[in-house]
Design a binder for this molecule. Structure first.
Ligand code: UFG
Length: 339
């Protein structure tokens, strides 16, 4: 299969490219490198032996996107990762988020429609559930009002896709990620946060290696066993493999509906303190952290009901929390040796 991966030099995108190549699929990447590095292409080649085809342009640019699809109308499926993803930044600059994340999606769907390319896998988020009333959260749970413009772009995108599948031959699968962490076992690719990380795992590893002085744990007064917030952390390679299965499901015409959506998590929730404990154990490092106040917009606890993804996709996350934190640490150590 010939698969277009937008945002293919990014964190989840690059891991997915490698898994696609491992299954023998041909990959074309589009990325404007706004939050990634061109060297990722060489890293992918080191792992798979194949350098993916690459085009550098902004998918929010309609003319360029149109031109691309006219030249590549033999694509079997598209996995669309390219998007901005920083919650705080989206609150400060909503228009930048709506323009980037929504224009690009609309342009891709138009290109698909005009060139009869039917299959789209979309990068969505558990953020669409907000704080669910029932845990674990399954796909039937209601979508709740987004806490941030970033989260809203994911909700609106799902609606744009759903409406388009109703009115055209386009089919789509939205994958709602829980919290991806870790890196490829080769340590050739991993997460490369720009500046101060927003997310927990890179903040932990950067603190342990001495780039950051101290980790702030945001709140210990939640209604959870140890008082800190609970998330469903999932290894990025497990997540990447689900994308390959999803795109193959579409191309092989195994979908049950024109628009499907799946939770991608492990089904296990871990508190911030449990993640820290796991990290300290596997890395044999003592982490400097302190408890501070809650972070605005954080939900208290969320983890996935993975039954639907397990049964329908025939996919299950394999890596446990210690394997995930160790993998994140090995990646940080590798980055350090490169400096
Ligand atoms: N946390 C800390 N200290 C930090 C960073 C995070 O205590 O320095 C805590 C958070 O408060 C939260 C947990 O660690 O309880 C996980 O936080 P992350 O920022 O790693 O992940 P989130 O669950 O906040 O973010 C996820 C996705 C985002 C998505 C968001 C929606 O990573 O893409 O859910 O709220 F937008």
């Amino acid at each position: 299969m010939k698969i277009l991966v937008t945002g293919g030099t990014g964190y989840i995108g690059s891991h997915t490219v490698v898994e696609l190549q491992a299954k023998g699929h041909e990959v074309i990447i589009i990325d404007n490198l706004s939050n990634s590095n061109i060297n990722v292409l060489d890293a992918i080649e080191k792992i798979s032996g194949i350098k993916p085809e690459f085009e550098n342009f902004d998918l929010a640019d309609m003319a360029k996107t149109e031109d691309f699809f006219q030249r590549n109308n033999d694509i079997d499926g598209i996995i669309h990762f390219a998007a901005f993803k920083a919650v705080g930044e989206s609150v400060d600059n909503p228009l930048m988020y709506y323009r980037n994340n929504l224009y690009s999606l609309v342009n891709i769907l138009q290109g698909m429609k005009d060139n009869s390319i039917p299959n789209l896998v979309f990068s969505s988020s558990c953020t669409v559930y907000g704080q669910p009333e029932e845990l674990p959260v399954n796909e039937e749970a209601p979508v709740q009002k987004a806490e941030s413009p970033y989260g809203n772009t994911k909700q609106i995108s799902e609606e744009v896709i759903f409406d388009t599948t109703k009115a055209s031959d386009i089919k789509a699968i939205a994958l709602r990620y829980f919290n991806p962490i870790g890196a490829h076992e080769s340590t050739e690719i991993g997460e490369l946060p720009l500046g101060v990380p927003n997310n927990l795992m890179p903040f932990i590893t950067q603190t342990a290696i001495g780039i950051r002085e101290q980790l702030s744990v945001f709140g210990d007064d939640y209604n959870t066993p140890d008082g800190t917030a609970i998330r469903d952390y999932i290894h990025v390679v497990d997540l990447a493999q689900a994308h390959v299965i999803a795109v193959e499901r579409m191309v092989n015409k195994n979908m049950k509906k024109d628009f499907e959506y799946f939770n991608l998590g492990t089904g296990n929730g871990y508190s911030v303190l449990e993640v820290i404990k796991s990290f300290e154990k596997v890395s044999e490092q003592k982490l400097n952290y302190k408890i501070v106040g809650r972070r605005a917009g954080d939900v208290e606890q969320v983890w996935a009901d993975t039954n639907f993804a397990n049964d329908e996709l025939g996919w299950k996350a394999k890596k446990n929390i210690d394997e995930m934190t160790l993998s994140a640490w090995k990646w940080e150590l590798k980055l350090q040796t490169e400096k």
